[in-house]
Design a protein around this ligand. Structure first.
Ligand SMILES: Nc1nc2c(ncn2[C@@H]2O[C@H](COP(=O)(O)OP(=O)(O)OP(=O)(O)O)[C@@H](O)[C@H]2O)c(=O)[nH]1
Length: 212
């Protein structure tokens, strides 16, 4: 059977328990929203295919448990992540402060070139807001990440944020391929030059020999 996609991309959702990671994922992959909180146990994942710049990307999104007791398990998934979505809840100051801890863990356990974005979820809960958009944006700037406010409830910015982090992974991947191709070009050029020198060397000698 023909392959249905060109590239597989692995994303990881991180953030405190209850910020809405599972809800964001369900909204993105199944267009559903459940108002109840059933805490994730360990890790779970869902898939979705996106088309970005004509490339079909199969996105595998790992949803991790925010609860402290699962963190030995969840940290094992950092290593293979290509993109990370840090999530806090705009109505929960503590979940915002904890982003520093999640980012520290990622620095420690994830690959250096992992792509990251920051998301403040539950933007529909304006009345309960504790974290201003400016603070979110400033924190994202500190970590050199793009920032989105989303709502899994209304679907606001959900698709945009997942698509953006996937596009960042694709760009990073493309840079790697371009660098490899650049190295290969340099190498081929060097070999061609050496061949040319080599073929000129003995011939010249022979010709010089003949001329004498
Ligand atoms: N109003 C509102 N509620 C939301 C939103 N996203 C999630 N929730 C609610 O917040 C609660 C927690 O959502 P979950 O998606 O289970 O949170 P989680 O981050 O996956 O939690 P853990 O699995 O424990 O790490 C649920 O009651 C959701 O319905 C949102 O955008 N707006």
């Amino acid at each position: 059977m023909a392959k249905q996609y060109d590239i597989l991309c692995r994303l990881l959702l991180l953030g405190d328990s209850g910020v809405g990671k599972t809800s964001m994922l369900r909204r993105f992959t199944d267009s559903e929203f459940d108002p109840s909180h059933i805490a994730t146990i360990g890790v779970d994942f869902k898939m979705k295919t996106l088309e970005i710049d004509g490339i079909k990307v199969r996105v595998q999104i790992w949803d991790t448990a925010g609860q402290e007791r699962y963190q030995t398990i969840t940290k094992q998934y950092y290593r293979r992540a290509q993109g990370i979505v840090f999530v806090y809840d705009i109505t929960d100051e503590q979940s915002f402060r904890h982003i520093e801890k999640w980012a520290g863990d990622v620095d420690q356990y994830a690959p250096g070139k992992v792509q990251k974005i920051l998301v403040g979820n539950k933007s529909d809960e304006e009345l309960g807001r504790r974290v201003t958009q400016e603070r979110g944006s400033k924190l994202a700037e500190t970590y050199e990440m793009e920032f989105f406010e989303t709502s899994a409830s209304t679907s606001s910015n959900i698709s945009e944020s997942f698509t953006h982090v996937t596009a960042l992974v694709l760009q990073a991947h493309k840079r790697d391929v371009d660098n490899l191709l650049g190295c290969l070009d340099d190498y081929l050029e060097k070999v061609a030059l050496e061949d040319e020198k080599g073929s000129q060397g003995p011939d010249n000698n022979t010709r010089r020999g003949c001329a004498c």
